[in-house]
Design a protein around this ligand. Sequence first.
Ligand code: IMP
Ligand code: MG
Length: 424
Amino acid sequence: MNRILIGAQWGDEGKGKIIDVLARKSDIIVRYQGGNNAGHTVKFGKEKFVLHLIPSGILHPGKICVIGNGVVLDPEAFFEEVKVLEKKGVHVRGRLFVSEQAHLLFPYHRVADALREGSIARKEMIGTTKKGIGPCYADKMARIGVRVGDLKHPEYFRERLASVLREKNQILRKIYGHPGFSFASIYRHFMSYRKSLLKFAVDTPTMLYEAARKKKRLLFEGAQGTMLDVDHGTYPFVTSSNATVGGAIAGSGISPTLIDQVIGVVKAYTTRVGEGPFPTQFPDALMKEIQRKGDEFGSTTGRPRRCGWFDAVVARHAVRINGINEMAVMKLDILSGLPNLRIATAYRLNGKLWKTYPSSIYEFSNCRPVYETVPGWKEDLSLVRRWKDFPRAAKRYLERLEELMETPIRIVSVGSKRHQTVFL
Ligand code: IMP
Ligand code: MG
């Protein structure tokens, strides 16, 4: 059984917890897009910590983890994570592999990310994580990227970096008035990582192909979410990779005919961190309350996440784009105590009803949600473990989401702990 796990909103749906559940039923866990902009909060014993780059499956002893070709890899962030994991006694070596085709993220990417965000008009700001993700992907597409495998050949790496850096420095100096980077220091810095990084580097598409032939179970761990996808999300307020199902294929080299199942993850409400339109955003007081109850602060940047009502148009869009077979609904417990709940079932735009996501950002910014109001519940859900123990209103809420998403809900999460999970 090979599965792809997809965020069906704007990221932070709680994928880390579901990966934790699914990793037990998998042999190999693969990251395929994004970089250390992601943040998967995982529990390890009593401790909670955040993995940004390394697949969360690493916490399961014996499982193989892969960073695919679609990921952008900042060696500093990578080795920092390796160090933290090893300090906690997690064996990483021999279990973690990095694609030779993954693009390296350089300090000039990080600087360009921050400079651009700092120099544009407020309304154009994306609110990136400033990790350099966008500039690194831009270079990949512009064919001026440098890949992990290039480090195998120091002479080639040297020439390549020198020519790319000349161009980068021109841009940094002439557009942003930044002094630029010295070739010698970047070269030295990356050469210092060379040996240790190459120990992780392999031909991952071949590795995955052979594993699939041997009937190893693969789990593809998505980062961010459908609405942050560079094609299918709220462009330009998106990340720079395909966070939808196609990203898993292109970003790992696996064939789509080898995929058996696509699992979507949604929160029982909606959150978004960073800029961009968000039609179902709560009024301020309710937003503060849910931020506090749901601990809605970015795991990578610490920024408060904007919160709002469940948006069924968004979830349905994700279902259709990704072919989601099953849904996991997270954080249902956070909604306890609200007298009524609202669900956006459609949008109103220029007097017309829209049941699908209007892909132009101009239109999406002007959409007003059409709400359906359903009764809330008072009961604490954190102890619920079976469907029959949910209060009636919670069951009705879930059934309604299922109908609107046109997809069965198989997992409901009622707390951050592993056992606070209801399987349907
Ligand atoms: P970037 O990925 O750093 O370029 O940021 C682009 C947008 O994606 C910003 O709105 C970020 O807040 C958002 N973003 C990036 N990674 C994540 C994530 O893992 N969870 C939620 N939002 C994210
Ligand atoms: Mg996150």
